[in-house]
Design a protein around this ligand. Structure first.
Ligand code: C2E
Ligand code: SIN
Ligand code: SIN
Ligand code: FE
Length: 413
């Protein structure tokens, strides 16, 4: 009876199949293979694994996988040959090293792809159906003898051919002689080809989704910049303020040891912290002198206004909490919620430091720019009252390292 032995050696489960007539074991094997292939999301490793599995299962000497690329030609992706100890892949050799197979049905792989047909050849040297000049020339240079060959199309779930698998020289497991590919392997390679095609399509979809997400992110960042610029209140602003906020926030967040992704999220969110100022009347916003208590009450509304402007979309989650909480204080005396300590989101604590630093070191309608020494003194003075002391420690370190000055000088408006 059918006997599938699974050897748990090496990185992958190894299979040998002795008589894979259609049955439960066979189905089970394919399901396991499908699951194992679908968990591979690295396209190059996926192709390698498909070729490895094929060689193991069929006991062929060599296997080559071609995929139909955008130019409509079959491009070599992975090729392995056990007796020649050959292992080539497009990923490591570079696409230019191999010419694509033209879609000419006199070539067996092109024929298989064009007609969605499986081809099983006993001896390529005896075959007159296809043009084997290429393999023969290859054999001559490599002192190889291509004999039996099994070629199967890779068909995706829409029934479209996306590539071809080519196996060469089935080896008898006992005599080690080259034998024809048994009929039973036709079903097997067909099933594996369809699994492989689905797995490849999935990887491509994932890749596409990743690219799309990346594009969306870029587009979002663009609109964020526009939004932040629109909310800028200083007439002479060149966008340098926005850049400084971004750079300072990124630098501080990274200094705190946050993962790069989190640091970047805080960074792009920081530039939206004051978008709510768009709702503040100009006579208050641009007042040259000190605000009356009534005017300041109006001004304080910019935190909640910003929080309302920024939608609840996941992309704006951090921006939203920053807009709302960047004027909270560590001791709980800030606005709008009067939250304190670690109840204030870390993102907002970071932006609070950066915001005040930028307000101190630059001119405002109501104040002149302060020097760095005076500004850092003020920041230190407010550690534990206004600011999270741990953040001021990090900020002080960045100051001493000259990092703050570097950012300031790069983007002085
Ligand atoms: P802004 O000018 O961007 O200032 C941001 C924050 O920097 C202020 O938030 C405050 O926490 C801090 N800050 C600014 N100057 C000083 C300072 O001399 N010492 C210290 N320790 N911190 C300072 P705040 O107070 O909630 O103000 C929010 C916004 O309200 C300010 O943003 C500014 O647009 C406006 N604003 C505040 N006070 C005045 C004022 O006296 N006159 C005018 N025209 N606007 C003011
Ligand atoms: C929110 O709903 O996202 C903010 C509420 C708060 O933290 O005060
Ligand atoms: C302020 O930020 O306006 C003062 C901070 C403080 O003294 O706690
Ligand atoms: Fe603000």
């Amino acid at each position: 009876m059918e006997d599938y032995q699974r050897h748990e050696e090496g990185p992958f489960a190894r299979y040998t199949i002795d008589s894979p007539d259609t049955n439960l074991h066979f189905t089970q094997f394919l399901v396991e293979l499908g699951i194992s292939l679908s968990s591979e999301i690295n396209p190059d490793r996926l192709l390698e694994r498909i070729v490895d599995e094929l060689l193991l299962v069929t006991n062929a000497d060599g296997a080559t996988l071609y995929l139909l690329d955008d130019d409509g030609q079959l491009h070599f992706k992975v090729s392995k040959n056990k007796s020649m100890r050959l292992h080539l892949s497009e990923a490591t050799s570079g696409a230019a090293a191999f010419t694509p197979v033209p879609m000419d049905p006199t070539f067996v792989s092109a024929y298989s792809a064009l007609n969605n047909r499986l081809v099983n050849i006993e001896d390529v040297y005896q075959s007159h159906e296809f043009n084997f000049e290429g393999p023969k020339k290859y054999d001559a240079t490599n002192r190889y003898r291509s004999k039996s060959m099994l070629v199967a199309p890779l068909t995706n779930y829409e029934g479209k051919v996306i590539g071809v698998m080519q196996l060469v020289n089935a080896i008898d497991r006992i005599t080690h002689e080259v034998i024809p590919f048994e009929k039973k392997y036709e079903e097997l390679i067909r099933a594996m080809a369809s699994y492989a095609a689905v797995a490849i399509s999935n990887v491509r979809l994932l890749e596409e989704t990743r690219l799309r997400a990346e594009m969306l992110r870029e587009a979002n960042l663009d609109s964020i910049h526009s939004l932040a610029m629109a909310a800028e209140t200083r007439d002479d602003d060149t966008g340098d303020h926005v850049r400084r906020m971004e750079r300072y926030s990124l630098t501080l967040a990274r200094r705190l040891g946050l993962p790069q992704e989190t640091a970047e999220e805080i960074s792009y969110s920081s530039i939206m912290h004051d978008v709510g100022k768009i709702s503040i009347p100009d006579h208050i916003l641009k007042k040259p002198g000190k605000l009356t208590p009534e005017e300041f009450e109006v001004m304080k509304g910019h935190s909640l206004a910003g929080w309302r402007i920024l939608s609840a979309k996941p992309f704006f989650r951090v921006a939203r909490e920053v807009a709302r909480h960047h004027h909270e204080k560590w001791n709980g005396t800030g606005y709008p919620d009067g939250t304190g300590g670690e109840a204030i989101p870390l993102s907002a604590r970071v932006v609070a430091v950066v915001d005040v630093w930028d307000a101190l070191t630059n001119r405002r309608a109501y104040k002149e720019a302060w020097g760095f020494e005076r500004s850092i003194e003020e920041m230190r003075r407010c550690a534990g009252t206004h600011f999270d002391p741990r953040l001021i420690e990090a900020w002080d370190a960045l100051f001493h390292e000259g990092e703050l000055e570097r950012i300031y000088n790069e983007w002085k408006g």
